[in-house]
Ligand binder design. Structure first.
Ligand SMILES: NC(=O)C1=CN([C@@H]2O[C@H](COP(=O)(O)OP(=O)(O)OC[C@H]3O[C@@H](n4cnc5c(N)ncnc54)[C@H](O)[C@@H]3O)[C@@H](O)[C@H]2O)C=CC1
Ligand SMILES: O=C(CO)COP(=O)(O)O
Length: 307
């Protein structure tokens, strides 16, 4: 394909990994971060794709900065952030789409631990949009023999898969830290997926999306890897560290911590049962120990598997 100009916003682990993938495919890549000298307006000038790999806490601010700059009407926005806005509970793609209603917005999400991608290990991801042509264009830009990119027409489901699994990954870290065994881990991940589908459906996402790469795929990756920062938060809580201590030493962002808080609010408001999320929330708040959280989950009222 022809050379594309891509502006990558966010020079964290994921922004740099995506920049390297696009550069390796011969595209012209410019990276912006709040800590670099490059000016945001200059970086996005003339870009055919603006890809955001900014942590959730910075998304709204960067979106409003970009709103004041001139843009080509063809510019495609790609969002790779996995979080929820604490004020509005909106997803990052909803924030981008509201700010730029006439531009295509594509969600990029999948089982993509950046450290493995930086080691050139093979991986697959999903690009999802209501604008099929835009998703196919982004698919071409990033596809390579070591990065297999699928398209999907359910951006909300793809985005929520990547966002909601972070909470289950915290719980999985607890499960491994307490040495609860393989049966417990399988039960947690499976019931976690049920919880993700329940939340996703109430939001308007499709069930089948959660059984794909961006849902089950990302859940398997992050619930089974010490490379996942969210998993690390849960694991280290079993070692008796406090949340502020863990976060102070964590390499990068664990979005699940904030997502959990936002989700508990939203679930209460919409009357959705989220027992695992609730226990992770109470644990992060210091209201229960890891053992008490486990006990609360195991002693819930018995019920049918699907209801
Ligand atoms: N690292 C990974 O394996 C993957 C991460 N993600 C997601 O990508 C996002 C970024 O993750 P990482 O790069 O790993 O995190 P990181 O902590 O390494 O980097 C975060 C980036 O966001 C920027 N940022 C933070 N607050 C900001 C603000 N207020 N204004 C402007 N920029 C701000 C930082 O400067 C940095 O460039 C997260 O939502 C994460 O869930 C998604 C897939 C894989
Ligand atoms: O989302 C990820 C891999 O797909 C990265 O997970 P963590 O944010 O938990 O490190």
């Amino acid at each position: 394909m022809q050379k594309t100009t891509i502006a990558i916003l966010g020079a964290g682990a994921w922004g740099i990994a995506l920049a390297d993938l696009a550069s390796a495919n011969g595209h012209q890549v410019r990276v912006w971060s709040r800590r670099r000298v490059a000016n945001l307006e200059t970086v996005i000038q003339g870009a055919e794709i603006i890809l955001s790999a900014i942590a959730m806490k910075g998304v709204s601010d960067v979106v409003s900065q970009i709103q004041s700059f001139p843009l080509s009407p063809q510019t495609i926005f790609v969002t790779a952030t996995k979080g929820l806005d604490p004020k509005t509970t909106c997803t990052p793609s909803q924030i981008w789409q509201t700010a730029f209603p006439h531009h295509p917005v594509v969600v990029l999400s999948g089982p993509n631990l950046s450290k493995e991608i930086q080691q050139s290990l093979p991986a697959a991801t999903v690009v999802a949009s209501h604008n099929t042509a835009a998703a196919e264009f982004v698919q071409l830009v990033f596809s390579s023999p070591r990065f297999r990119v699928y398209t999907n027409p359910d951006p909300l489901g793809v985005e929520l898969g990547g966002t909601l699994k972070n909470i289950i990954a915290i719980a999985a870290g607890v499960c491994d830290g307490l040495h609860l065994g393989t049966n417990a881990k399988a039960a947690l991940v499976t019931r976690g997926l049920t919880e993700m589908v329940r939340i996703g459906n109430s939001w308007g996402a499709k069930t089948e999306t959660f059984y794909g790469l961006s849902g089950l795929g990302d859940l398997l990756a992050t619930c089974n890897s010490p490379l996942s920062r969210n998993y690390q938060v849960g694991y280290q809580m079993t070692l008796g560290q406090t949340l502020p201590e863990i976060l102070a030493n964590l390499p990068g962002t664990a979005e699940g911590v904030n997502t959990c808080q936002v989700l508990v609010q939203r679930a209460k408001h919409h009357n959705i049962a989220v027992p695992i999320t609730e226990q992770v929330y109470r644990l992060l708040q210091g209201e229960v120990t890891t053992r008490q959280a486990l006990e609360e989950l195991m002693l819930r009222d018995i019920k049918p598997e699907y209801k």
